[in-house]
Design a protein around this ligand. Structure first.
Ligand SMILES: [Zn+2]
Length: 418
C-alpha cells in the first residue's frame, strides 16, 4: 500500500485522538516558568512511542555570550527542553520538528467568554490559552510520529523532535539546543501561522523603563513629584518613535503599511491612592525592520526616552533608566531554502488543493536560532485567532489537513525505504 496514502488515511481516522491530546496539553497552564507539567506529558508520549526521549535542563549561564541570547531575568530551573532523536535507515535528509510549549499569561478579569484553561469546544473552535499558540504544534508532531510508528514507516533520514519552553519571552531554550550541537538538514517549526509558510520576521526589543519621582502625601503633591504623568510623557515619545519608524518604511513590510508596533504591556507605581509614588516602572516592546540591527533599535529607544526626559525639568536632573530585558532579536528576511519551501509547498497543495502562501510576520519566531547555526528553517501550522489575547482559539477543521501536510513533508524530506 502506498505509504503516503496510508499515513494520510491513518491521520484522518485518528482525529479524535489528536484532539484529546491537544485538550490535555491546553489544560496545563504552561506560562513561562511553569512549563514542566506540559513537558512531562510530551516526554511520556515520546517514551511511549519508543523513542529515546529525554529532558535537557537549560544551562543559561553558558549562553549569555552567544549571539541571539536574550537576558530574561528568569530562572530556567525545572524548565527543560524535551528532545528525542529517531535515527533513520540511512541515505535520507535529516529533519528537526520543533514547537514551543510555553504560553503567555492570562490577565485576570480580561473578559474571556470561555474558561482559558478548560479547552472548551464550541462548534469548530477549540478555545483556550495556547489553543492556537502553540499547543497544536507539539500535538501535531506527536500524532504524525504516532502514525509513522503504527504503520511501521521507516524514514531514511534522522528525525529529531524538540519541545521547547521560553519561546514567548526569550528563545533561549532553542538557542541552548543549537549551542549544544543539535543539527539537521532543516527544521520545521510548527506554530499557529494560518497554514502559511513563514520565512521572515521583524526584529524586536523588550525594555523596562524606571521613572523616578519624589514621594509625598497625596494631599500635598506639591511637595513631591509624581512619576506617573512623567511616565506617560515617555510613553507618548515611544509612540512618536513608532510613527517615525513607520513613516520611514515607505514600502511597508509583510503586506502591512504600518508594521512597526510599540506596546506598553505592564505599568506599576506606588502602593496607596493617597500617596505620591516614588517611582513608576513600565515594560514595553517595539518591533523593527529586518534591515536594521538590534543595536540600532535599542539606540533609537534610548534616544527617544532621553530626548523626552530632557524636556522635563525634574527628569533632566533625575533621568529615567532603561534595561533591555526579555526578547532581544534582530529580524530576518529569509530563514528557508528553495528545496524546503518546494517540498512543504507541494505537501500543502496535495492536501489543501491550493498553493501555500509564503509570508513574513510582524512578530518573531525561534527559527532565527536554527538559521544562525546554518539550519534552513520555516514555520508552518494551523489556523486560529486571538493569540496572546482574549478568547484565543484554534480552527479545529484545519488540524487534520495541517497534520497531513506535515506528515507528507516529513515522508518526502526524510525519504522512506519502503
Ligand atoms: Zn507561538
Amino acid at each position: 500500500m502506498d505509504v503516503e496514502r496510508a499515513v494520510v488515511d491513518w491521520l484522518a481516522n485518528h482525529q479524535a485522538q489528536m484532539v484529546v491530546l491537544l485538550r490535555k496539553l491546553i489544560r496545563q497552564p504552561s506560562i513561562p516558568g511553569q512549563e514542566s507539567s506540559a513537558q512531562q506529558i510530551v516526554l511520556d508520549h515520546l517514551l511511549d512511542l519508543g523513542l529515546g526521549a529525554r529532558a535537557e535542563e537549560i544551562n543559561v549561564a553558558g549562553l549569555t555570550a552567544l549571539p541571539g541570547y536574550s537576558e530574561t531575568g528568569c530562572s530556567y530551573a525545572g524548565r527543560p527542553n524535551v528532545v528525542a532523536r529517531q535515527l533513520g535507515e540511512g541515505g535520507g535528509r535529516s529533519l528537526i520538528l520543533s514547537s514551543h510549549i510555553d504560553v503567555v499569561p492570562v490577565e485576570a478579569g480580561s473578559g474571556w467568554t470561555h474558561e482559558p484553561w478548560a479547552a472548551e469546544i464550541d462548534g469548530n473552535r477549540l478555545y483556550g490559552r495556547g489553543a492556537w499558540d502553540d499547543k497544536p504544534g507539539i500535538a501535531l508532531i506527536l500524532i504524525v510520529l504516532r502514525a509513522l510508528r503504527e504503520l511501521d514507516v521507516r524514514l531514511c533520514g534522522d528525525l529529531e523532535v524538540q519541545s521547547v519552553p521560553d519561546e514567548e519571552g526569550g528563545g533561549n531554550a532553542t538557542l541552548a539546543l543549537c549551542a549544544a550541537g543539535h543539527r539537521a538538514d532543516t527544521a520545521l517549526f510548527v506554530d499557529g501561522v494560518r497554514c502559511a509558510a513563514v520565512t521572515g520576521f521583524m526584529g524586536q526589543t523588550w525594555f523596562r523603563v524606571c521613572v523616578p519621582g519624589l514621594s509625598s502625601g497625596g494631599v500635598s503633591p506639591d511637595r513631591g513629584v509624581n512619576p506617573v504623568p512623567l511616565a506617560s510623557k515617555l510613553i507618548e515619545a515611544l509612540y512618536d518613535l513608532e510613527d517615525e519608524m513607520n513613516d520611514a518604511l515607505k514600502a511597508g513590510y509583510g503586506g502591512q503599511q504600518r508594521p512597526v508596533r510599540f506596546n506598553v504591556g505592564r505599568i506599576q507605581a506606588g502602593a496607596w491612592s493617597n500617596s505620591v509614588p516614588s517611582c513608576c516602572v513600565f515594560d514595553g516592546q517595539i518591533n523593527f525592520p529586518p534591515s536594521k540591527t538590534l543595536d540600532w533599535a535599542q539606540r533609537r529607544v534610548r534616544e527617544a526616552i532621553a530626548d523626552a526626559a530632557v524636556r522635563d525639568r525634574w527628569l533632566r536632573s533625575h533621568p529615567p533608566t532603561i534595561h533591555f530585558v526579555g526578547v532581544q532579536t534582530s529580524g530576518c528576511h529569509d530563514t528557508s531554502s528553495p528545496e524546503l519551501l518546494h517540498l512543504l509547498g507541494t505537501a500543502h497543495r496535495d492536501v489543501w488543493h491550493q498553493e501555500m502562501e509564503v509570508r513574513q510576520i510582524l512578530g518573531f519566531i525561534d527559527t532565527r536560532h536554527y538559521l544562525a547555526y546554518g539550519i534552513p528553517s520555516v514555520c508552518y501550522g494551523p489556523m486560529g485567532a486571538n493569540a496572546h489575547g482574549v478568547d484565543e482559539y484554534l480552527d479545529l477543521e484545519t488540524l487534520l489537513p495541517t497534520a497531513q501536510a506535515i506528515a507528507l513533508f516529513v515522508l518526502r524530506w526524510c525519504g522512506t525505504d519502503s
